[in-house]
Every structure is written in structure tokens, then in C-alpha cells.
Design a protein around this ligand. Structure first.
Ligand code: DX5
Ligand code: ZN
Length: 218
């Protein structure tokens, strides 16, 4: 396997100490920082928006992977770019014009990803896949950390891998990823693993990130 990136999700971090938490996972070996934005409309939960992302930006140089669980997303893309996102991920189920959202993100000079909810077929990506830097396969219904991995995601990872056909597009998996589920996800073709509660609810970030890596490197 090629190098697989680990992206701790700050959804499960201590929000009162977000800057320190981001710095801690950076030093513990995180490749990317996964930032979950929720609007209480697209998903049944609320988190934070661009001002909070701008506040944590100085705490690390690591790649900010911003997962927008908001509808609409398009009117706010520029705000997330200015706040410090390196990649902006929109949901295929949000907005009306996915192609336009992708073009706006690229026009802002950022990497673009599209996320698919568990019920959404991979085929919705057929006409945009060439423009993408990453596909995010949700392996839980978005909204909350700490849910169980949905095994049907594995087949979708395989389908995305086939659609990508060797092009340099990341396949990220988000939801219920931990040292027990990581190997099946990587074996199916994932190149980037999001882990929220697995990392932040443990007390040793170094050990947890290493345990996830060891699970699929063996
Ligand atoms: C869920 C978020 C995930 C979440 C994953 O809506 O998109 O990024 O933080 O949490 P865990 O790893 O605990 O399933
Ligand atoms: Zn996420």
C-alpha cells in the first residue's frame, strides 16, 4: 500500500482548548486535520464556522481538510477558503449544482472534495470525478462522532477506486474508523482515514494514531 494519511477529526476534541488540541494531534503524528462543519439543517447537529477555523489556523501548519455538512454550502465557500482551509469538501446531497460548487472551490485555489452519505450511490460522481482531489465515503450518517462503522461503505470504496482508475485522487473514509476497522477500509482502497472519537477520546494521541497505522501496515 501507498502511504495512507490519518486525519483526526476535531469534532471529538475539547472545544475549550481547540488550539492546543490541534497542536497535540499534529505533534502526535496526524497527517491532516479534519474539520467538521455542521449547520443544524443538513445534519442534526451544530458545530462551528469560519471564525473558529481562522482561530485554530495559527496552531499548526498541517493541511486543513474542511468537511462541510451544510446546505447550502456554495454561498460560504469563499469564507472557508479565507479562514484557512486547504481542501473544502462538499456533500453531493447538498446544494443544487455540485459542478458549480467544485468550480468555485478550485477557483479559490483550494483542493476540492465531494462527500457521499451512506445511501448515495457512487455513480453521482461519474461526471465530476476528473475535477476532484478527493472523494469522501461516509461510513456513518453524518452529524455525530462515536457511531458504528457501516460495513456497506467497503463496497463503495472499491467502486470509487475503480472509477478513479489510478488517477491521483484520494479516497477518504469518515465514521467509525479505529484500530479495529482501519485494515478493512485500507484493504478496500482508502488512502485517508478520518478518526474522531478513536483519537480524541483516548488519553494518548501518539499511541492511538500508531495503533491505527499498525492495524493496516502489518
Ligand atoms: C461525522 C463526522 C466525522 C466524525 C467521525 O458526521 O463527519 O468526521 O467526527 O467521528 P468518529 O471517528 O468518532 O466516528
Ligand atoms: Zn467529517
Amino acid at each position: 500500500t501507498d502511504y495512507v494519511k490519518i486525519a483526526p477529526s476535531i469534532l471529538s476534541a475539547d472545544f475549550a482548548r481547540l488550539g492546543e488540541e490541534v497542536k497535540a494531534v499534529d505533534e502526535a503524528g496526524a497527517d491532516w486535520i479534519h474539520i467538521d462543519v455542521m449547520d443544524g439543517h443538513f445534519v442534526p447537529n451544530l458545530t462551528f464556522g469560519p471564525p473558529v477555523i481562522a482561530c485554530i489556523r495559527p496552531w499548526t501548519k498541517k493541511f486543513f481538510d474542511v468537511h462541510l455538512m451544510i446546505d447550502p454550502a456554495q454561498p460560504f465557500l469563499e469564507d472557508y477558503a479565507k479562514a484557512g482551509a486547504d481542501q473544502i469538501v462538499v456533500h453531493a446531497e447538498a446544494d443544487k449544482h455540485l459542478d458549480r460548487s467544485i468550480q468555485v472551490i478550485k477557483g479559490l485555489g483550494k483542493k476540492a472534495g465531494v462527500s457521499l452519505n451512506p445511501h448515495t450511490p457512487v455513480s453521482v460522481l461519474e461526471n465530476v470525478i476528473d475535477q476532484l482531489d478527493m472523494v469522501l465515503i461516509m461510513s456513518v450518517n453524518p452529524g455525530f462522532g462515536g457511531q458504528s462503522f457501516i460495513p456497506a461503505a467497503l463496497n463503495k470504496i472499491t467502486q470509487v477506486k475503480e472509477m478513479i482508475a489510478g488517477r491521483p485522487i484520494d479516497i477518504q473514509v469518515d465514521g467509525g474508523v479505529n484500530a479495529a476497522t482501519a485494515k478493512s477500509v485500507v484493504d478496500a482502497g482508502a488512502t485517508c482515514l478520518v478518526a474522531g472519537s478513536a483519537v480524541f477520546k483516548g488519553d494518548d494521541y501518539v499511541a492511538t494514531i500508531k495503533a491505527i497505522r499498525d492495524a493496516y501496515s502489518a
